[in-house]
Design a binder for this molecule. Structure first.
Ligand SMILES: [Zn+2]
Length: 242
């Protein structure tokens, strides 16, 4: 853990697809970055399944670049692990070892990932894989490209899409960084345009509404909601969220 002010030295958000992080936890990431933490944004896939009117390679390249632009807005590092969009499997040893490696590289004090019951199969698989990979990351006899981490990080589950079935346990007031979160999401032009074309859905408006809804619940203008993964050696008495 970091300095005496309680700011973590390193945090990582690991989501399934480009734009998930921006919709669900970019406010907290922006606040961590402001406080001086090293912030990593990682997507397991390049989101090539998210836009269906272009070739997979082309859309993957575009969406990686959009995620890079978003991360740059808060000085975060971005990593895409290149797993197949729509094919994230927690039981796959190669996929698991790539997630272990990014955790070993970032050496996070705090990890963010999807809720275990979110709507998308990739989100649910990512949630389980990240929780499990944090455990594997400390086991030095499990060899990957980077040395084992020293201790288990706290794992926070992000809100579900539209908040369905998700009751936050802790809130983060993101009012001060709301425009940063919105600008990060706005980097995902290809997805925003596709959702508008395909579903007549404005994801910027959707995300603002969710921020306001979670804000109303905790008495601020904009908020994000989180739950901590409860297990032995993972619970803590410390407030780790910004
Ligand atoms: Zn997603």
């Amino acid at each position: 853990m970091g300095d005496t002010c309680g700011v973590p030295q390193s945090v990582i958000a690991i989501a399934a697809h480009p734009d998930d992080i921006e919709i669900l936890c970019a406010g907290a990431m922006a606040l961590y970055a402001r406080a001086g933490a090293e912030v990593w944004l990682c997507t397991l896939t390049a989101g090539e399944g998210g836009v269906n009117d272009r070739a997979p390679d082309e859309i993957a390249r575009i969406r990686r670049a959009e995620s890079e632009s978003s991360a740059a807005l808060i000085g975060a590092r971005y990593a895409c692990l290149g797993l197949p969009d729509g094919g994230v499997l927690n039981g796959d040893p190669d996929m698991r070892s790539r997630v272990v490696d990014i955790i070993r590289q970032a050496r996070p004090d705090v990890v963010f990932t999807h809720d275990p019951d979110d709507y998308h199969p990739d989100h649910r698989a990512t949630s389980a894989m990240v929780l499990d990979a944090c455990f594997t990351a400390v086991i030095s006899n499990t060899r990957t490209g980077y040395p084992a981490t020293g201790s288990l990080p706290a794992v926070f589950y992000m809100d579900t899409l539209a908040g369905t079935g998700f009751q936050p346990e802790q809130y983060v007031d993101i009012t001060a960084v709301w425009t940063t979160k919105r600008d990060m999401l706005a980097c995902h032009v290809s997805q925003l345009e596709w959702m508008q074309r395909q579903e007549s859905l404005d994801f910027l408006e959707f995300t603002e509404t969710m921020g306001q809804f979670r804000g109303i619940q905790c008495g601020v203008r904009y908020a994000e909601g989180y739950r901590i993964a409860h297990a032995w050696q993972r619970d803590t008495t410390r407030r780790l969220l910004p």
